[in-house]
Design a protein around this ligand. Structure first.
Ligand code: PLP
Length: 454
């Protein structure tokens, strides 16, 4: 066996505890949890240094599309590696970044013609915010000093200062308040999810009206309106009512406010179409893509822009209209090669068809939980599922935060060889769009057992 000897495993665990500061992880508790140390991946499974296998129930934090160690993507990266691993996009170009840009322009809504590369979802959002800001100061119709961004409450757009500013998940935002810039937000049309059905329709209508109100009141001050199309992922898979995205697009278009669609989580098949915008025929002015763009292999992100936005950045170099943004590893050729291979596989293996099919499997298999005394809601859009726990359904009584119910379910699932990820009292399931039906059934079975145990 090529798994490690016990002494080496203990050493790794010690060094992990002593030196690795894990993201979004309470580090005091982490030490005692003996979290898996992953050494390899095979299909939809992760294998740790002790040889234990885990079904990857969250697509490696929502980015994996085709499984791990996929020969076609490995080969594409190896081929590119034989040419060059990295070269800059600042003032020059590289073959895979050009080819990927062309593919993305052909695939995405036709309003989007320009591709700006970065490395993560957060930076794709950060770039979109700066583009929108600068656009108003440089547009041909005359400069405007707009000072706000419009957002949806409970949004998550990343963890850099700009992307945190336009998000508002309380758990992640309490600490950094004073570092952030100002936004105006509309209530999430999904936050009314636990209202009784007789009031729900009226509340949803109110949410539609709120978009109109905000735009009437602040429209001329808004640099852009930012939205996670169809579903707010990190808020716990909060699904928007049909027509909401289209409504936001109509109103922002009429008011001349650029719309930023953050497709970082939903892009590349997760909601059952290549991009979520397609489902409401929405053409954004800016679109952010990351996570699944490389099939979950390498850190590549893009901000796509319309020709109108892009052209405000043209002019004599001395005029200072350049977009002043760009990271060292922007448009990395290995990442772009992986992305091209992933796009080929999406088509060749009919992955989106599979995503639609397994969305049905998730819905059927999780039916059992609908009557569970501690499950208040199962929210689902395509392959994205959030299961929320409460102490009591009627009357509605939540658990104290110290109970960490999502975390407990995650630990119980891990013992059973399945990786999940908690968000407070919600546990998220996000099988890769290409996961076969039998594995999705196994995932659901283990989730149900783990909820019962926890
Ligand atoms: N936008 C959305 C909608 C996301 O769900 C995420 C991550 O979960 C991000 C942005 C940030 O992406 P990253 O973690 O790659 O910076």
């Amino acid at each position: 066996s090529d798994t490690m000897q016990n002494s080496t495993v203990d050493q790794l665990r010690q060094w992990d505890n002593d030196h690795v500061w894990h993201p979004f992880t309470p580090m005091e508790a982490y030490k005692s949890e003996e979290a898996p140390i992953i050494e390899s991946g095979e299909g939809f499974e992760l294998i740790d240094v002790e040889g234990n296998r885990y079904l990857d129930g969250i697509s490696a934090l929502w980015c994996n599309v085709h499984g791990h160690n996929v020969p076609e993507i490995n080969l594409a990266i190896q081929n590119q590696l034989g040419k060059i691993a990295h070269t800059t996009l600042l003032g020059m170009s590289s073959t895979p970044s050009i080819e990927l840009a062309k593919r993305l322009v052909d695939l995405t809504p036709k309003s989007l013609t320009r591709v700006f590369y970065s490395d993560s979802g957060s930076t794709a959002v950060e770039a979109a915010l700066k583009m929108a800001w600068q656009f108003h100061r440089q547009k041909p119709s005359g400069p405007e000093e707009r000072d706000l961004f419009g957002t949806v409450s409970g949004a998550y757009h990343g963890d850099t200062i700009g992307s945190v500013s336009v998000g508002s998940i309380e758990l992640f935002h309490q600490v950094y308040g004073k570092m952030l810039f100002q936004t105006v937000s509309v209530p999430s049309p999904a936050s009314v999810h636990s209202s009784p059905s007789e009031t729900r329709d009226r509340e949803v209508t109110d949410c539609f009206d709120q978009v109109r109100n905000i735009i009437e009141e602040y429209g001329s001050r808004l640099n852009a309106f930012v939205i996670e199309p169809l579903v707010q992922g990190a808020a716990g898979i909060l699904v928007h009512p049909p027509g909401y995205l289209q409504h936001v697009r109509d109103l922002t278009k009429k008011a001349g406010i650029p719309l930023i669609c953050d497709e970082v989580a939903v892009g590349f098949g997760r909601t059952g179409t290549m991009f979520a915008c397609e489902q409401e025929d929405v053409e954004p002015d800016l679109m952010c893509l990351a996570k699944g763009i490389t099939g979950g292999y390498l850190p590549v992100a893009v901000t796509m822009a319309s020709e109108e936005i892009f052209s405000a950045f043209l002019g004599d170099p001395s005029a200072g209209r350049t977009f002043f943004h760009g990271h060292t590893y922007t448009g990395n050729p290995l990442g772009c090669a992986a992305a091209l291979a992933s796009l080929d596989l999406l088509e060749r293996n009919s992955v989106i068809e599979n995503a639609k099919r397994i969305a049905g499997v998730l819905e059927d298999e999780l039916q059992l939980l609908r009557s569970h005394p501690h499950v208040t809601e199962i929210r689902q859009k395509g392959t994205m599922v959030g299961i929320e726990f409460v102490r009591s359904r009627t009357p509605l009584e939540r658990y104290p935060a110290t109970r960490r119910t999502g975390h407990l379910v995650t630990l119980a699932a891990r013992k059973r060889g399945v990786i999940l990820r908690p968000l407070g009292d919600t546990v998220v399931l996000m099988p890769a769009p290409a996961m076969p039906e039998e594995l999705v059934k196994k995932l659901c079975r283990v989730v149900i057992e783990s909820i019962d145990e926890a």
